[in-house]
Design a protein around this ligand. Structure first.
Ligand SMILES: Nc1ncnc2c1ncn2[C@@H]1O[C@H](COP(=O)(O)OP(=O)(O)OP(=O)(O)O)[C@@H](O)[C@H]1O
Ligand SMILES: [Mg+2]
Length: 253
């Protein structure tokens, strides 16, 4: 059995003149939560789109569940799900109808039962028969994640799952993500929220100027700083301070 769910080596991608990925390397262990951290425009969505077979890279290799994304896209798609940066739910339908539709598209045996279970699990039972257009941002996001895990994908990609959510809704989504990983699902999420990476991720990688400039557990990232500096500031560095220092804005600490 493969212990790596995702292996990325030397990944490159340009949009015309703009070289967004200049050789990205990272690996994700099965059943772990991996956070890809980066500022606006760093290339996080580009990485996710390549790994989910929606976009072709210009160079390097990427394998998902042991399948090369360029040569075995169908096999890759069978094991993954993607929750994009922008909600993909159908607003005209109710939450329940959205779930039933996806369960049918995935040829599951009992779509109504699947929908009921998901509504329950994601705290949407009461709102189940309302049109999604009446849902709050947090409810949409929960439905979005529920839709993406119908059919039990082994690997789930969440592109900025909590952007735009209030703190309470964010914590709810964190809980869901943790439960998914506890159940054995591999999670790759992108985020601009350092706290999110700090709370959720087993490993964190910082994407900056086309490359992963630092990666490891939170503890490992913290250790990358000279202890003198830590003593000097007389406190534990937060991931935010580490991030800003690593991407070169040293005045932050
Ligand atoms: N289809 C495209 N054509 C041209 N440029 C693109 C295209 N898609 C993305 N870009 C550019 O590539 C860079 C990386 O974009 P990407 O969406 O991957 O960043 P991101 O890290 O996801 O940013 P954000 O945090 O804002 O979502 C940006 O400068 C963006 O403008
Ligand atoms: Mg993005």
């Amino acid at each position: 059995m493969q212990s790596k769910s995702i292996q990325v080596k030397g990944l490159q991608k340009s949009y015309k003149q703009l070289q967004v990925l200049k050789g990205v390397d990272f690996e994700v262990e099965k059943g772990s939560i991996f956070a890809l951290l980066g500022s606006n425009g760093a290339g996080k969505t580009t990485v996710v789109r390549i790994l989910t077979t929606l976009l072709q890279s210009d160079g390097g290799t990427a394998a998902v569940n042991g399948f090369d994304v360029a040569f075995k896209p169908d096999q890759v798609r069978q094991t993954i799900s993607l929750t994009g940066q922008f909600a993909a739910v159908d607003e005209i339908l109710t939450g329940r109808e959205n779930l039933i539709m996806i369960a049918k598209l995935r040829y599951l045996k009992n779509p109504r039962q699947v929908a009921d279970d998901m509504l329950q699990r994601f705290g949407l039972t009461e709102a189940a028969d309302r049109r999604v257009s009446t849902y709050s941002g947090g409810m949409r996001r929960r439905l979005d994640i529920a839709l993406s895990i119908v059919g039990k994908p082994q690997i789930i990609f969440l592109d900025e799952p909590t952007t735009g959510l209030d703190p309470e809704a964010r914590i709810e989504v964190w809980k869901i993500v943790k439960e998914l990983a506890d159940g054995g699902t591999t999670v790759l999420l992108t985020t601009q929220y350092l706290e999110e990476a700090e709370q959720l991720a087993d490993r964190i990688a910082i994407l900056h100027e086309g490359r992963i400039i630092a990666s490891g557990t939170l503890q490992e990232l913290k250790k990358m700083f000279p202890t003198t500096k830590v003593e000097y500031v007389e406190k534990q560095l937060s991931l935010e301070e580490i991030f800003l220092a690593i991407v070169g804005k040293k005045e932050a600490i």
